[in-house]
Design a protein. Sequence first.
Lengths: 80, 734, 220
Amino acid sequence: MKARIHITLKNGVLDPQGKAIQSALGAIGFDGVDDVRQGKFMEIELAETDETKARSTLEAMCEKLLANTVIENYAIDLGD
Amino acid sequence: MSAQNDPASFEQAQALGLNADEWGVILKRLGRAPNQTELGIFSVMWSEHCSYKSSRRHLRKLPTTGECVICGPGENAGVIDIGDGLACIFKMESHNHPSYIEPYQGAATGVGGIMRDVFTMGARPVALLNALRFGSPDHPKTRALVSGVVAGIGGYGNCVGVPTVGGETNFHAGYDGNILVNAMCVGIAEQDSIFYSAAKGVGNPVVYVGSKTGRDGIHGATMASAEFDDASDEKRPTVQVGDPFTEKLLLEACLELMAKDAIIAIQDMGAAGLTSSSIEMADKGGVGIDLNLDLVPQREQNMTAYEMMLSESQERMLMVLKPGHEDESRAIFEKWGLDFSVIGQTTDTNRLVLHHEQAIVCDIPIGPLADDAPKYDRPWVPAAKQEAIDPSTINAPLSTGDALLKIMASPDMASRRWIWEQYDHTVMADTIQLPGGDAGVVRVHGTKKGLAISTDVTPRYCEADPVEGGKQAVAETWRNLTATGATPIAITDCLNFGNPEREDIMGQFVGCIQGMKAACEALDYPVVSGNVSLYNETNGQAILPTPAIGGIGLIDDTALMATLAFKNVGDTILLVGETEGHLGQSIYLREICDREDGAPPPVDLATERRNGDFVRTLIIERTINAAHDLSDGGLLVAITEMALAGGFGAEIQPSTMNDLPDHAYYYGEDQARYVITVSSDNADSVIEKAKGTGVPITKIGMVQKNHLTIGDQAPILLDDIRASHESWLPQMMA
Amino acid sequence: MKTAVVVFPASNCDRDAAVAVEKVTGAKPAMVWHGDRDLPEVDLVILPGGFSYGDYLRSGAMASLSPIMEAVKRHAGRGKPTIGICNGFQVLTEAALLPGVLMRNANLLFVCKSVPLIVENNNTKFTHNYSQGGTISLPVAHHDGNYFADDDTLDRLEDEGQVVFRYADNPNGSARDIAGIINKGGNVLGMMPHPERAIEPQLGGLDGLPMFEGLLEAVN
């Protein structure tokens, strides 16, 4: 089973990379970009076929390693 | 591509950069047409980058031996004796084309590659330097290139944990379409534990270690041997991606294995990857090599023999082990989480034989690939001589002080702090002279000794007069090392030029080599390693000839090291060397008069040696409080750099050279000169001593607080100079 | 004083830390591989600087899950001195031995230079040889040194005297100029600057020496 994990900074956490991207977009002529928040995207191939079990494993992965929940949120997409 | 075992055609050979003569040689030596894989192997081995076919006959003229030389050019890096049973192993290499196409990864993998060249030979890397040339600051691509290259160098070197201690950065429109990224690495090894690349013995296991092989970088060596055109951005897929984390693990694993008695030969998989490493090892050892490509660790699926042999995936090494040591070696690499695979063995056939999916996909004799590679005697014309400029014909549009402020904030003279603060220059806790001085200095760990390291070349001099420019590049490194109190020992070089098939470019190359040769001989300063990068052209526009020199000097006792910083108010400032006011090709002429012409300052090598030896002796005798060599910008720039470094000002007496205009005295770039400071009590004895050895010396002023006062000009607040000197680059990059 | 220096894959200040410890204590520290599950019997554990796991994912994240970290937690749990320098600080926050997180520097650039630091708390095993409120100079060399925690956590750190070092001239955007913090128990210190690079006049000065000497006095 394929899982897609999106990791984003929590609201209120300063995102200097997002700010830099935003100003770069402005510099190359894309006006009207009000905000950019960057994050991480991962694709994970799992042997597990049970969706509930897979989701709980993925949540554990996020809590333990993939995201730092002090500053980051995560979202899990399951399926192909 | 057609099936890999099908015979190749001449058209296919041409597409890979081989010409009709070279194709003819291949047919004759094989007695048949090569298949696709074999053609790929010939094309990379015979590329300019791997074969040095245009440069080899000229490189041979350079002196490469000397009392301190343990191993000269031809191995992964040069090796010199630094006493106490230790050796210094070092080399400089270009990564120009990849860095222009993808600056971050191009520069990063350049740093990675040069470090592997050094630790392949058994040395722990202890210092990195970078000689960078970018286009005009106003060119639309320059800012992004600077940003990417600096981040790439830092991203790689910082992670591996080797301090970046120096280098140089120039901006010139001549590099608008071809930037230069030359990386130098210096390492230290035990003399009885140096590793070479000759694969000796028959039936010994050939082992692949490091990262897995992917399709990245295929034909990188061929790309480095061709001119750019507007379609070059399309070449992006050939740029490799560096993994400094794996490099650090590979470094530690290799050094751990090298402490055991297991390795016969080892070679980095650099340009042309598995092809060039296996062929060079076999050729040097006079053996053949059989490889089973099915055993090569692969990152991607369905890779062909052609792709595996030409991949330039990074962080890989090829080793020949003593039989029976496979398990011990495997355990070390697995501990560090790296691939380890016995992929073949040495043979007595002198042939490279490749097996893939139960078939023989390549069977070619090694001799023609390596030693019999084509060599060319390219036609060349000497560069036209430029007239020396009479300083009295140059008008001074600005006052001496205003000119100084402008020069100190000009692109080539402004502070490089923005760059080197992005490099970890103190990791390993042995850096005792930081970037920004004459040379970087690192201690030889656990000893009193230090290595002084400097990279230099003045491309505008080389363009105006390749012979004098070649001399000057070598002499300037020698002078920079000397100014720290080091005894210069040997150099590495990175010779960056345009298309050698053009007679004028070839003339620049030949001229620079001639000048380098003269300087190396006069200064007992041999070349022990190096690299040539040709075809640095875009749409027919070549770079300035840029033979970057990396010099190494030894400081016997680092307690005696000198720095350029002014130390005490009241110290006497002395100018060592003769001033004639050469303004041709000077920074003053370019920045203040908007002219780039004239003959560069001539280099008198005997004078260089005499003046340098004098200064070094004073440093070692602890007579000197500060020392700095004179180069770009001349006398006033040198004094200002010493003032900024020390946080003191200076009072400079008016010129006493009545027949010379002030601007020629203050900004002329005459060679073989140093500024030193001594305590005022010592000044007379130092002057006497100089006179005794025939060294011209002049008392020119005194160290003061806060202000720089030049002759009868209004005093300039040091902080004002510092502000403009420090702000130019951050503002450009903001 | 017996010391252990943990070596993660791509630690690169492990030797520097070992040299500093040996210079001050006269004894070589034990170099402990990250894959080991036990520490030798030691008074001090150092998590050194570097780029463990290439700083991939997040600085210190993967190292914080190394087998040795359970032993480090036990050592710290017994109140014994533990110091994380630079990448080691990042590992300590990822392992939740210290609060907060080290984010990418605010200007996004790696920074290497000597910076002035204010000693905010000299009443610790690590800092009692410094004067309270005094300014010292130590090198920093990091890409991810921008300390972040929520306001409640920051207030608590301030109130409890857990902010040990503050930047006099913030090089990385850290919240409240924080350069180093200590846990409530006063035995786990994390700091971005490198005291081990400032133990000789020829290098970054001598301002790192009082920390190692102070530790030696505190444990003996």
